[in-house]
Design a protein around this ligand. Sequence first.
Ligand SMILES: [Zn+2]
Length: 263
Amino acid sequence: MPSFIDTHCHIDTILERTGGTAELLFEQMEPLPEAIVHVACDPNDFSWGKRFLLKKTINGVKIYGAFGLHPLVAERYDEQAEAGILESLKLPDVLALGEIGLDYHYKEYNADLQKKVFLRQLEIGLKAGLPFVFHLREAEDDAFEILQQIDGENIKAHIHCYTSTADFAKKLLSLKGNYFFGFTGAVTFDKTATIREAAAAIPLDKILLETDAPYLAPVPFRGKICTPAMIPNIAQVLTDIKKVSIDEILKVCRANTEKMYGI
Ligand SMILES: [Zn+2]
C-alpha cells in the first residue's frame, strides 16, 4: 500500500479516551501512517500540543501540528490566546493556522463573535503567509461572504471534514486561491449521500484524507475510537466514487498533501 498521511487529527483527545501514552498508541497503530497533523484548536490544549511536537517522530511516524482557535470556543479568544497562537506558529513543525472558521450547528452560537475571531485569525495567517485549516459547519453563506472579501489570491486552505453540498464546494472552487477538501469517516456512513455527492463533484487533485480522530470512525469501525490507522478505510469509499484503485487515491491524496502543506 502507498504511504499515507492523516492530515487532521487530535492526538490528545484520542489519548483521553484510550488512556496510555502517545508512544503506546503509535506502537499499536496498524497500518502506520507516514505522518500525522495534530490540530490544537483550544487555548487550553496549546501547551500539550507544543510538548507533543517536540517528540518529532514516534515509531517512525513524523509529527506535525496546526494551531488556531476553533469557532466553538470563540469566546476564549483574547490577547493571551492570540499570543499563544503566534508563538506556536513559529515552531518548525507547525504547518498551518487552524482549525478556524464558523460553526452555527448549536443553537446558542454567536455569529458576530465567531466572524470577528475568524477574520482576526485570517488576517494573522495571511500576514504570516501560512496555510489555513478551516472548520465550516452550517454557516455556508457567511463563510462564503468572508472568503470572497479577503484578499485570497495566494490563500491555501484545507476545508476540514467537508460535510456540505457539492454546490457549496463548486462555489469555493470558483474563488481565488487554492482550496482543498478534507474527507473523514463521515463520507463512509449510510446516511451521508450528500457528502459522497460532494466528493464526486470535487476533482481528486483537490481532496485530502483526514480522520478527525478520535471522532467519526469510518465504516466498519463506527462507534469505536478513531485513529490515524483508519485513513485507508476512508480512501476505500472514495474508490467507488472516483472509480480508481485505492493505491491511486492514496497516491494522489499524498501528492495533494504536499501541495497543501509542503510535506
Ligand atoms: Zn478537528
